[in-house]
Design a protein around this ligand. Structure first.
Ligand code: NA7
Length: 536
């Protein structure tokens, strides 16, 4: 189909990660002319950029892949219960090939600006190379965790050794052998990379500001026989993901922490600690993340495990979080993480005791000493959720900047639309259901596709969420977050990033309602003919 007169494309999608790829496929099925702009040289998004050793799923592989195509499910075998990054990237390349997606994707094309024009009801997208491209719809598939942040430490640029942010890991091989390596950051990423570096580095120093509560991943290979059973069970696997709170295979236990005897409680915790995946986080007692006393029980249990696993009691204490309870931040899953600190070549520096003063050409200077390094790895995370939007100059009707609309925190309708930004549709935007992300992506993409189909069938060319719809959704987001202990803790869940100007205070960054509740609301909007939206 030809694009409407004056336009280059019917839709422009920013990003060729899991959501951008699927969106392209769906819109092409409608017969639309779509262009995807991708900053990287290949598809894969998160799995393209995060090539650091140790990067892998914490969701079961077979619950993470696309579910929409029988053919894809038939033809792809997962080799491990929690696949590593190279395999996931291969998978996404396989999907791109299979669906012949690359011909509509322009790589090495970072979008720097996107401006809406009312007269033509269109978006003009500007790329880094200065070229402009105009389309009816702007679909952002930029990812909630894709704008990496470096620490704001004096001298970062002066270091003369190798320096890498985990989310900008080089494509070629990186060797730690014989090197003195520093890792800054102990989130889900830091925990994964630390385990790998410790295997071969001459010396590893971990700079930890806040310890996190980690739990065992219990990964293992998938045998051919198991893969056959998984394949036969796909309908059941995806049905289950649709029913659970956050689309994982795990779901909260209906019991309260104190409704069982202390012995039963301990036995349940032991069982969860010995099972693969996120069960201990999202399949625990139902009150774990809302009742401080219940949370203290599981925290004490995990603290005991850390003390058992780390030989030096002083190091163990440093690894036990004191200012937040288990599960109130993202739980990193690990394979021998705590044992790393029993190795003679590994040292833990607690930045609360000895802050970094500056990075020097030779290494890192703390109040206590100057540490010399051959390599510094920044596992310092992302300007989450709104960061990837903030890095693009997005302007809606009347030239209003999205960054200004979201000053003080993002507000959206269903995480998909924003008042004042007609024809901009967000995939995995702020305040959409997250959890096991591909499940939410498929839902988001299907909803957006249905909306666009609805508009095209009726010759409509403009969609906007009215302010009251946005305000209403924000009320729901607030209500869903009420009483959660995670609201009282600094993390990307609460929008805090010490490395980003203006993100030092907690906001409601994330939708914490259930995925089924989210879908129910979105389905209702569609079923009512999108009456809540302004369509023209
Ligand atoms: P996270 O979870 O945001 O972790 C970043 C880590 O880096 C965390 O330990 C931070 O300490 C630390 N950090 C950040 N800035 C600094 C400075 N300036 N000095 C010292 N330490 C610092 O990011 P991840 O990449 O691990 O994971 C992000 C998500 O991606 C994860 O939740 C998964 O869902 C996938 P802090 O805790 O802020 O004190």
């Amino acid at each position: 189909a030809a694009p409407p007169p004056g336009l280059d494309h019917e839709a422009i999608v920013i990003g060729a990660g899991m959501s951008g790829l699927y969106q392209l496929h769906r819109l092409r099925e409608l017969g639309m002319r779509v262009r995807v702009f991708e900053a990287g040289t290949g598809v894969g998004g998160t799995w393209y950029w995060n090539r650091y050793p140790g990067a892998r799923f914490d969701s079961e592989s077979y619950s993470y892949g696309y579910s929409f195509s029988r053919e894809l499910l038939e033809e792809w075998d997962w080799s491990e219960h929690f696949a590593a990054q190279p395999e996931t990237l291969r998978y996404l390349n396989f999907v791109a090939d299979k669906l012949d997606l690359r011909r509509d994707i322009r790589f090495r094309s970072r979008v720097t600006a996107a401006h809406y024009e009312e007269a033509t009801r269109s978006w003009t997208v500007t790329l880094e190379d200065g070229t402009r491209h105009r389309a009816r719809f702007l679909i952002t598939a930029v990812g909630p965790l894709s704008a990496p942040t470096l620490p704001r430490i004096e001298g970062v640029e002066t270091f003369r050794g190798e320096a890498y942010h985990t989310a900008r890991w080089p494509h070629g091989p990186v060797s730690f052998a014989g090197k003195r390596v520093a890792v800054i950051g102990t989130g889900a990423t830091g925990v994964q990379v630390i385990q790998e570096v410790a295997k071969t580095a001459a010396h590893l120093t971990v700079f930890q500001r806040t310890p996190n509560w980690c739990a065992p991943l219990h990964n293992r290979p998938i045998t051919p026989e198991e893969m056959r059973r998984i394949r036969a069970g796909y309908p059941e696997i995806f049905r289950r993901c649709q029913e659970t709170f956050s689309c994982f295979l795990h779901t909260p236990d209906p019991r309260g922490t104190f409704e069982v005897t202390p012995e039963e409680r301990e036995a349940f915790y032991e069982k969860l600690y010995s099972e693969p995946g996120f069960g201990i986080w999202v399949g625990n007692f139902r009150d774990m993340l809302t009742d401080p006393a219940a949370n203290a029980e599981i925290s004490a249990f995990v603290a005991k495990k850390i003390r058992q696993r780390v030989k030096d009691p002083q190091v163990a204490e440093k690894l036990i979080p004191k200012d937040h309870g288990f599960g109130t931040r993202r739980v990193p899953l690990e394979t021998g993480y705590y044992e790393v600190y029993n190795q003679p070549n590994v040292r833990l520096v607690d930045l609360r005791e000895t802050p970094i003063e500056r990075i020097t050409p030779a290494g890192i200077r703390t109040g206590e000493a100057e540490h010399a390094f051959d390599m510094i790895i920044y596992a310092t995370g992302f300007d989450a959720i709104t960061g990837s939007f903030d890095r693009i100059d997005i302007r809606g009707a009347g030239g209003r900047r999205l960054k200004d609309r979201w000053a003080g925190g993002p507000q959206t309708f269903l995480g998909i639309l924003v008042d004042g930004f007609p024809n901009m549709l967000m995939l995995m935007g702020p305040h959409t259901a997250l959890g096991n992300i591909p499940r939410s992506i498929e839902y988001n993409v299907d909803w957006v596709t249905d909306l666009i189909r609805h508009m095209r069938e009726r010759g409509l060319t403009r969609v906007e969420a009215p302010p009251e719809a946005v305000a209403g959704w924000f009320e729901h987001v607030k209500a869903a977050a009420a009483g959660l202990l995670s609201n009282e803790v600094n993390s990307w869940f609460t929008g805090v990033n010490t490395n980003v100007e203006g993100k030092q205070t907690r906001i409601l960054a994330r939708y914490s309602g259930s995925a089924p509740a989210y879908r129910e609301r979105c389905d209702a909007v569609a079923a009512a003919g999108y009456r809540e939206l302004s369509l023209a």
